[in-house]
Design a protein around this ligand. Structure first.
Ligand code: ADP
Ligand code: MG
Length: 401
């Protein structure tokens, strides 16, 4: 029998009415003859009683050494509660269901608490539950070490849980249910003209996710791509067909869309750092020291007399401290945003960068820095101009609906 893994995000499980919609999606897949494994996130977004940030607010953060093991144990509770509540609802609707923690579902991880990596998945228990006609409802975002400690998989981890279980079970597909109709050409909360993409390939969606499109986590895309399991992003609250992500989707073949860009993504809250360089090896030493202090840097441009890069705004003060400690007086521009276009077909097409630059400058958007790869071109812009920059590029590359 074919297996479908369905993941439901925080909004989808936030209220009794919404959880009914979730149950309908599970019943619809069962009615089509599939065995279903459901993965759930914690109920509700930021501020909700069992949302991850609310649970974390119970801890005394002034504690000198935060106990990451206990943090993970606490953070895993939101998803556990959600799994129990969802399984209970299915039972009440005459659908036999069992709630499982990530560890009970077979997700084995290393012991890097708060950002654990999956070592392997033991799907036997899920298989036997499915064989008995039950719907396993698995708490997302978590796993368990070989020693039995509970771990979490980092932000967006429930998407990763779904991809991991889908691959381990050899599922027909993994469906990511959320609150929008699929993967869109830009974040619909910022761009009213954004369109749903019918189909997209793994590579492009990975880049979108990596460049900030929050709709799916890049790790989940990577896991599904390696395991060759198709992903579908769909809306819990509509019957829209969603976006199908597979190897060599529409964007590879070109389809009917002659445009070279598939989407615009953004990351807010970046700080641009300018580091003057006076001696050989200084730049290398500074970047290395930041790395050793777990500060991740992006958009690195090296010139003979200076180095430019960006850090997460939350890391600004720490970065300044470290650089000052090395005797470097760096310049900081706070509140920047990285806006990126993504498209497989930009490779080798001349003039794409000049189109971006002209479009942005024409509309008065300041460009602080740029970077490009085969599939993406990114511009750093002032945070106050982020939405405008996204809109300008969305229009320039004919993505408006
Ligand atoms: P969930 O809780 O279901 O995982 P998320 O908030 O993680 O939901 O992801 C869904 C949200 O992602 C949408 O509400 C939307 O605002 C945002 N988003 C950002 N970029 C995109 C995009 N390119 N396409 C669709 N949604 C996007
Ligand atoms: Mg999400």
């Amino acid at each position: 029998m074919s297996i479908v893994v369905q993941k439901f995000g925080g909004t989808s499980v936030s209220t009794p009415e919404n959880r009914r919609k979730v149950a309908e999606k599970i019943f619809a897949a069962k009615a089509q003859g599939h065995q279903v494994v459901a993965i759930v996130s914690a109920m509700g977004r930021k501020g909700a009683p069992y949302a991850t940030d609310t649970l974390l607010s119970l801890l005394d953060e002034t504690e000198a050494t935060p106990a990451l093991r206990e943090r993970d144990l606490l953070m895993s509770c939101g998803e556990l509660i959600s799994a129990v509540v969802m399984a209970n609802l299915l039972q009440a609707l005459d659908c036999p269901a069992v709630a499982l923690s990530g560890g009970q579902a077979g997700i084995v991880t290393d012991a890097r608490f708060t950002r654990a990596e999956c070592l392997n998945v033991a799907p036997e228990r899920l298989r036997s539950l499915l064989h008995d006609g039950l719907v396993p409802v698995v708490a997302g975002f978590q796993g368990m070490t070989r020693d039995g400690d509970v771990t979490t998989l980092g932000r967006g981890g429930s998407d990763t849980s779904a991809a991991l279980l889908g691959v381990a079970l050899g599922a027909d597909k993994v469906e990511i249910y959320t609150d929008v109709d699929g993967i869109m050409t830009a974040d619909p909360r910022l761009v009213s003209q954004a369109r749903v993409l019918e189909e997209i390939d793994f590579g492009e969606v990975f880049q979108m996710a990596d460049q900030g499109a929050k709709v799916i986590h890049p790790r989940a895309v990577e896991v599904a791509m390696r395991g060759n399991v198709p992903l579908v992003v769909r809306n819990t609250f509509s019957d829209a067909p969603g976006t199908r992500i597979s190897a060599g989707g529409a964007s590879e073949t070109g389809g009917t869309n002659l445009d070279i860009v598939s989407a615009v993504a953004h990351i807010a809250g970046r700080t641009q750092v300018t580091l003057p360089v006076t001696s050989d090896g200084e730049a290398g030493r500074a970047l290395e020291t930041l790395g050793q202090n777990n500060i991740s840097i992006d958009l690195i441009n090296i010139f003979p007399d200076r180095v430019l890069f960006t850090v997460e705004q939350a890391d600004s003060d720490h970065t300044e401290e470290i650089l000052r400690g090395m005797g470097c007086e760096a310049g900081f521009v706070e509140d920047c945003a990285k806006v990126s276009i993504i498209g497989h077909r930009i490779r080798g097409v001349p003039g794409v960068m000049s189109r971006i630059v002209s479009a942005l400058l024409r509309r008065g958007v300041r460009i602080l820095q740029t970077a490009d790869s085969h599939v993406t071109i990114s511009c750093l812009v002032p945070g106050a101009q982020m939405v405008q920059a996204i809109e300008v590029l969305h229009e320039e590359f004919h993505l408006n609906r």
